[in-house]
Design a protein around this ligand. Sequence first.
Ligand SMILES: Cc1cc2nc3c(=O)[nH]c(=O)nc-3n(C[C@H](O)[C@H](O)[C@H](O)COP(=O)(O)O)c2cc1C
Length: 220
Amino acid sequence: MKLAIFNGSPRGINSNTKTLLDFFQKGFENAGGEIELVEYLIKEKQLEEQVQHFEKSKNILLAFPLYVDSVPGVVKQFIETIGDFNGSDVNISFIVHSGFPEGIHSDGLVRYLELLTKRWKMNYMGTLLKPGSEQVRMQPKKKNTKLFQDFENLGKNFALTGTFDEDILTRLKQPYVFPTRAIPVIRLMSKLGLIDLMWNREFKKNKAYKNRFDKPLLRE
Ligand SMILES: Cc1cc2nc3c(=O)[nH]c(=O)nc-3n(C[C@H](O)[C@H](O)[C@H](O)COP(=O)(O)O)c2cc1C
């Protein structure tokens, strides 16, 4: 089976998306699959060529992080440039991963992707959800061993069946919602500022800490 991969992360080759896809690709190729091409949608100058590749491929995997509860801008641009498309003999699958830790966060987007696939008349082969994906770059490799193994096994299964392994799919989207008993702990962490640690570090790194409560789109 040949597969065309489209990486929709604005971080391109430095993305969590790429790291996860590399493991997927390893399993896929070891099981006899062939990666036809890997396109990085952040390379906007290649947009026309990327759209042509999309239109010619028979098995497509589009992977990207959740951005503002939706798709990153480069993915939106890609989808809109494709526009009307008749892909009745083409299979498409998606990988959506998010910074927030609950799988339910990406649910609305999954429904949109199903609708998009219908509009493009393509065969929908499923969407893999992975919440809490910023851990890929933040944690040492060793801590992600299980996750990387899952992606390798997903790739292997995909080469053999053309779709995602249901067991891994179900496991990876956990926690789908936090159990009720976890909520007091989360509230406490929030009060202590522990949940904001990473964001505050980024604000400081970008000299924007004092602007962290700005609401630039709010009407006066
Ligand atoms: C501008 C921006 C918006 C984001 N919006 C969301 C969001 O709405 N929900 C979420 O769970 N994560 C959000 N994230 C977090 C990313 O989905 C997460 O960090 C992901 O692992 C990035 O993957 P990448 O390295 O492949 O780009 C956002 C990140 C950025 C930079």
